[in-house]
Each structure stands twice: as C-alpha cells, then as structure tokens.
Design a protein around this ligand. Structure first.
Ligand code: PLP
Length: 370
C-alpha cells in the first residue's frame, strides 16, 4: 500500500527534464505490422558471415572480453588507428552519453545544431549539463552558427556528419574550420554513424583529426551500414586521455560476446558493406528524383548523404497526411514533430520496391489533393 503522506524518492530535476527517446514506430493506426523504414536500419539485413559468427557461439556462461581486444585490434587495422586509441561501447549511444558525462556537468553547456540527433539533448541533460542548440542553415549544420554559440561554459560540441535527421553533411574543410574555431579545452565529438555511406572522396577527415588533436573524439557504429543494430556495438577513437575518461565510466562488460563476434566477422565482410553502400546510392538517388518530381506540389527533398531522406511538405499536403498515406501503403516512416519538424518525414532508404511504393503513394496523395 502506498502512503501518500510520506515523501517518495524523487528523480533529480535535470533527469525529469528529459523527454525519453521515442523510437520509430512499427505498427499502423489499425495495429497491423508495417515495413519499418523509420530507424535507418540496413534493408539488406546483416552480413551472412556476421550472422554465422554469432550462431557458432556455444558458450554463454562467461563474461565477454571486457576490453573487446580482438575487435579493437581489427578496427584499428582497418582504419589505421592504434587500438589503444579505441574504445568500444554498447552502441555508439553509450559512448555519446559517456562523452557528455565525462566532460560536462551541472553549470556546463553542451552544444549541437538544431535538427540533429535526439540523443545529444538527452546526453547533456543526463549529466546535469545545459543543452544549447545553434540555428541550422536550411536544415544543415552551420559552422558559423555553432561557433557563435560557444561560450565560456561550453565543454562539449556534438556534430553528426552526415547528420540525422536531415541527411546533410559538411565537407572536410567545414569540419576542420569548426574544429579550428573551438577552444582547445572544448571536446569536439564528431558522430560518424553514417560515414560508411560516403565515397572516399567525400570523407570528412574526422579520424585524422582525432589522430592529431587532443580534443577530438570520433564515434562510429555497427548499427547502420554493418546491419547489426540489434547487437548494440559502437566505437570511438581519440587521444589516449579521452579514451581513458570513457574507460573509467563505461560498463565493464559493455559489449556482449555475440556482439564482439558479429562485429569482428562483419569487418571481414567488406563486400557486404560495399553492396549496402551501392544499393543505398542507387535507391537514394532514385527516391530523391521521385520526390523532386513532386516539387510543384510543395514536396522538397533535403539533399542527403546518408541512408535516409528528409522530405519537407511545404505545400497543400501535410506531413501528417503523407504519414497516413504511407502507412496505408504498408510502411512506417519517421515523423518528428517533437524535434521541430512537424512538416517533414524522415524516410529510410529500403528495398527498391519499397521506395517505389512510397513514391507512388505520395504521388497519388498529392494528385488527389490537387
Ligand atoms: C543511428 C545513429 C547512431 C547509432 O546509434 P547506436 O547506439 O550505435 O545504434 C549514432 N548517431 C547517429 C547520428 C545516429 O543516427
């Protein structure tokens, strides 16, 4: 029985200010299961080698390797990084949170762009720091606006490149300009969750930046192009002093045995990565063209370098109407009114037939409306 007269445990005020992360939907208004294109998962699934490595495990009684040694060594070999400068996490989500917690606290500011990854706001609030949003430039990260928002209290700056939920990206020169403009005691966290979708020529140079500066942390994930979101594995690289801070506060056994095995095998299957990248490039271009063709009805595709497209509804047809029409066609996509985007849908690039079906549903909707 609860006693209403006695005091109860109270969540800390900065925790109670958090709006819990809202994951992408999988069911329609009528309760039926939809094809999920709302969480930027890989439509090709996972590497067969990764699935086989996971399946071959017969032993689950022992704790995993607390330091993910083999995985770090293999990541290091692939990317030319000393494994001592790598830490693995329970998804990059854990590492983003630890980066905020390790370097910011009450009274400090954590800076990021408007329309960026929802986890940054949560990470800032979780450690009692103040989240600060810099204005965007037509949905893209704006280096001048970010630099203008830096104050004496800024301790951490998050930048997703390519950015989620907009898909926009900053070229290497802009990333370098942002870093060069930050005080040396501000931690620059460059979140490269979608970096593998870029061509080598488009890479933003983040890993090199992290190799040469003491205030740069780059995060990567196995959840997107590697198709292992269910295993929860990410990694970060930076100066040994930064990695040391994250190692002090991470979960001691934060990457499972099956996660380490799957990630290791996935790294060895770069054919799967290349196929995923090619599929995405082809279908992203086709779907973007299909949206552009509806431009006279007020639909606008924000130029994307990631595995999703942010579609703006600036005419008669609203994003809410489009969400419903796409749902009726059997697909769940992302509507983010809580992130200031009530007029947009973020649509993950799926299989070719999925993208054709969504484009067709949108075409029918706007033509009805006209
Ligand atoms: C999906 C995503 C991640 C990955 O999160 P995990 O915890 O590794 O699954 C990180 N950052 C951004 C911007 C993302 O969109």
């Amino acid at each position: 029985m609860t006693d209403q007269t006695r005091p109860r445990p109270e969540g800390k005020p900065w925790i109670m200010g958090i709006h819990a992360y809202v994951p992408g939907k999988v069911t329609g208004a009528d309760g039926r299961t939809l094809v999920k294109l709302s969480a930027n998962e890989n439509p090709l699934g996972s590497s067969e080698a990764a699935l086989a490595a996971r399946k071959s495990l017969t032993h689950a009684a022992d704790y995993p390797d607390p330091d993910s040694r083999q995985l770090r060594a293999t990541i290091g070999a692939l990317h030319g990084i000393d494994p001592a400068r790598i830490v693995c996490g329970t998804g990059s989500d854990e590492l983003l949170n630890l980066a905020a917690q390790g370097f910011a606290g009450p009274g400090d500011e954590v800076l990021f762009s408007r329309f960026s990854f929802a986890v940054y706001d949560i990470a800032a609030r979780r450690c009692g720091a103040t989240p600060v949003e810099a204005p965007d430039h037509d949905y893209a990260n704006d280096v001048d606006a970010l630099l203008a928002a830096v104050t004496e209290r800024t301790r951490v700056v998050f930048l997703a490149n390519p950015n989620n939920p907009t898909g926009t990206y900053l070229p290497r020169s802009e990333v370098e300009r942002l870093h060069a403009g930050l005080p040396s005691d501000v931690l620059f966290v460059l979140d490269q969750a979608y970096a593998e979708y870029l061509t080598p020529r488009e890479e933003d140079g983040g890993i090199e930046l992290a190799a040469h500066h003491d205030n740069v942390l780059v995060t990567r994930t196995f959840s997107k192009i590697y198709g292992l979101a269910g295993e929860r594995i990410g990694w970060a690289t930076g100066a040994p002093q930064l990695i040391d801070v994250l190692n002090r506060i991470r979960g001691p056994f934060n990457v499972t045995t099956s996660g380490q095995a799957a990630a290791l095998a996935a790294l060895g299957d770069q054919d799967f990565v290349a196929r995923s990248r090619d599929h995405n490039a082809t279908e992203l271009a086709r779907f973007t063209a299909a949206i552009d063709a509806l431009g006279n009805h007020g639909l606008r595709a924000v130029p994307s370098k990631a595995n999703f497209l942010l579609v703006l509804f600036e005419g008669e047809v609203t994003a809410a109407q489009a969400l419903e029409a796409i749902g009726e066609a059997g697909y769940a996509v992302r509507h983010l009114p809580g992130q200031g985007l009530p007029h947009a849908l973020r649509i993950t690039i799926g299989k070719r037939e999925d993208m054709d079906a969504i484009a067709e549903a949108l075409r029918k909707l706007v033509e009805q409306g006209a």
